[in-house]
Write a protein that binds this ligand. Structure first.
Ligand code: HEC
Ligand code: HEC
Length: 346
């Protein structure tokens, strides 16, 4: 056989191997748990040095994230609400659904680029990434469990005793280590490879319409949805008005400052095409409806944010351009990253 045919055969069999069905759960190696930290994103808020990510810590965090054992009736995992294909948001209902079919109070937000965030939840009620999981585990309409019982259940499992030992070199399972493992998993959820990112890094070019959309976005939306994370991390009233059913006051519930009434965290718009429905109560099903809200210029609440002025009076062609631009924030590398796949469903 000629060397050329041999080389061709080799390439063909390599491709067949790489795409074969037998290779779905990816082997995680040390280089797979190094978080992507694009310079453009700035320094992470989360201290990655004190919480170094290891292969075993990541694997444990992933196992916990997808395990219903964290809920009282073993019906609900973090992953039931935070779905990978939706950038770890949830697409099929407006408010979250937890144990016993209970309906939560808010729309499930995406989980992405959390290490650059200093506060969490729609109202900023949680101030450290490591503490975030305590809220859903103990919330009666989410997982309805106590931390004590979770630790008891984990300690009774040979699998978890083995996994905690590999990750933290200790026989005793503690809440502290459980939270650290979940953080190691969440810290790697970095979305930084959308077409927008490739364009910014000169690896791709925009169409004329996307380019016009980017400029319109910068003029009208970026005051709050700041590049490159597409949030400035602040709490604002974007004028949608109080919902009629839950009467959610947002940040006011945390600070008790009347000026914070109806303020919610500015959500990132990365993967926004996948994270519908929109807003803290999921009231808008389409991006079109969101743009119509901003363009209309009818804003509710005692203090609609002054920066909303720039959104008023968008022309039809401008809305279309902004929509085209927003679609370039979809990051299929992130949405199809095999490291994040539930290890038990394949
Ligand atoms: C029943 C559905 C549900 C379950 C289960 C659930 N979450 Fe959530 N998660 C939500 C909702 C809803 C919010 C927003 C809550 C709010 O703002 O009050 C949220 C917020 C978050 C956030 C903050 C995102 C941000 O940028 O502010 C993180 C991180 C998170 N959840 C991680 C987890 C982890 C880890 C688990 C498992 C221990 C988990 N969630 C279980 C529904 C759920
Ligand atoms: C004054 C600050 C501000 C400006 C300007 C602004 N937004 Fe927002 N945006 C917010 C806040 C705050 C929310 C969350 C509100 C809530 O849930 O109650 C939000 C939510 C959204 C959401 C829903 C995202 C999700 O995951 O639920 C989209 C989409 C959005 N904005 C797009 C835009 C676009 C496009 C523009 C420009 C036309 C824009 N925004 C201008 C503050 C702003």
């Amino acid at each position: 056989m000629s060397p050329r045919i041999l080389a061709a055969l080799l390439v063909v069999s390599l491709i067949a191997y790489a795409t074969s069905e037998e290779n779905p759960t990816m082997r995680i190696e040390a280089r797979d748990v190094v978080p992507t930290l694009p310079k453009r994103f700035g320094k992470p808020v989360y201290d990655l040095r004190s919480s170094r990510i290891s292969v075993d810590g990541f694997l444990l965090g992933r196992e916990l994230f997808y395990d219903q054992i964290l809920s009282r009736d073993s019906s609900t995992s973090c992953g039931s609400c935070h779905q990978h294909f939706a950038a770890f948001g949830h697409v099929d209902h407006t408010l979250s659904h937890g144990i016993d079919g209970r309906i939560g109070k808010r729309n499930v937000p995406a989980i992405q680029n959390e290490i650059w965030s200093s506060t969490f939840m729609w109202d900023g009620g949680v101030t450290h990434m490591d503490l975030q999981p305590i809220a859903p585990i103990t919330d009666t309409s989410e997982m309805g469990e106590t931390l004590d019982r979770v630790i008891k259940k984990l300690s009774a499992s040979t699998k978890y005793r083995r996994m905690f030992r590999s990750a933290f070199r200790t026989e005793t399972i503690t809440t502290y280590h459980m939270l650290k493992a979940l953080s190691q998993f969440i810290a790697l959820m970095v979305s930084a490879d959308a077409r927008y990112d490739r364009m910014m890094e000169h690896r791709d070019v925009y169409t004329d319409q996307e380019q016009r959309g980017l400029l319109a976005f910068r003029a009208r939306c970026a005051a709050c949805h700041r590049e490159p994370l597409f949030t400035d991390g602040s709490y604002r009233n974007n004028g949608i008005g109080m919902d009629t059913a839950l009467r959610d006051v947002g940040r006011f519930a945390i600070t008790a400052d009347p000026a914070d009434s109806l303020k919610f965290k500015v959500p990132s718009l990365r993967n926004v095409d996948r994270t519908y429905p929109y807003m803290h109560d999921g009231r808008f099903r389409t991006l079109r409806a969101v743009l119509d809200h901003y363009g209309r210029g009818t804003f509710f609440g005692r203090s609609p944010d002054p920066a909303l002025k720039s959104t008023v009076g968008m022309k039809e062609h401008e809305k279309k351009d902004i929509l085209a631009f927003l679609l370039t924030l979809t990051d299929s590398t992130f949405l199809h990253d095999r490291r994040f796949v539930d290890p038990n469903i394949r």
